[in-house]
Design a protein around this ligand. Sequence first.
Ligand SMILES: C[S@@+](CC[C@H](N)C(=O)[O-])C[C@H]1O[C@@H](n2cnc3c(N)ncnc32)[C@H](O)[C@@H]1O
Length: 251
Amino acid sequence: MLALTQPLRPHWRIEQADCLAFLASLPDRSVDVITTDPAYSGMNQHMSFGRGRIVGRYADSDNDRWFTEFRDDPATFVTFLRECHRVLADGGHIYVMFDSFSLLSLGHLMREVFAVKNVIVWDKVNLGMGHYFRRRHETIVFATKGHRRLSRRDLPDVWAIKRIHRALYPTQKPVALFTKMLSGSAEPGMTVCDPFVGSGSSAVAALLAGCAVAASDVDPRAVDIARRRCLTVSAGGPDPGERAALVDSAP
Ligand SMILES: C[S@@+](CC[C@H](N)C(=O)[O-])C[C@H]1O[C@@H](n2cnc3c(N)ncnc32)[C@H](O)[C@@H]1O
């Protein structure tokens, strides 16, 4: 078990830890919603799409590698999902992000552990890279532990939210993406968990929704950025993570 390095107050806790070690530190049924954006690579390296240039190429930058990739072989991924299941409250909701490749290699494993309800498309609005069709979307698998409906019935399964540039962190996602995940799943006072919190966009969304946060990342730089954002936002200040970033404005 990890020793807590921060008290639970002021309602957020961000640990520098491996996702499995962090989840092991949480009691059974102690979180209400999990929103997470894992660092995939392992399986993808065995899949040759295009010229095989897909995710996780941070490993190629000579020395200043930004983050470690999660060993996302199927067995480890199922272990991860089972831990998520254990810490989720009955009726809890989970949102797991996948790029196109990890969706094929690992996404189906969600059904071994959870009741999968939707595959949501995040439309990033503007074109990204790609050797064939240029990538413009990622996916989010929405699933439940047991059965609890969304609190609203007006949410579509395609979300058009522009990506951000010049972010503080290489894979930083817009807070609005996580706000959307929480919009039908979280109520003030609930606890939101992200074991791959990165720069903390999910944590900021949770705090803005009036929720507590339990989160981790292996990368000390990520943890530092995420904690700074949480400190500022929980004190009522503007999110320094998105003030520094530019919303994509390319045509
Ligand atoms: C795709 S990024 C998350 C980005 C985040 N959603 C944001 O908006 O900044 C994945 C994160 O997982 C972290 N990571 C990689 N392996 C991990 C592990 N075994 N346990 C916990 N975090 C890990 C990386 O350091 C990286 O910050």
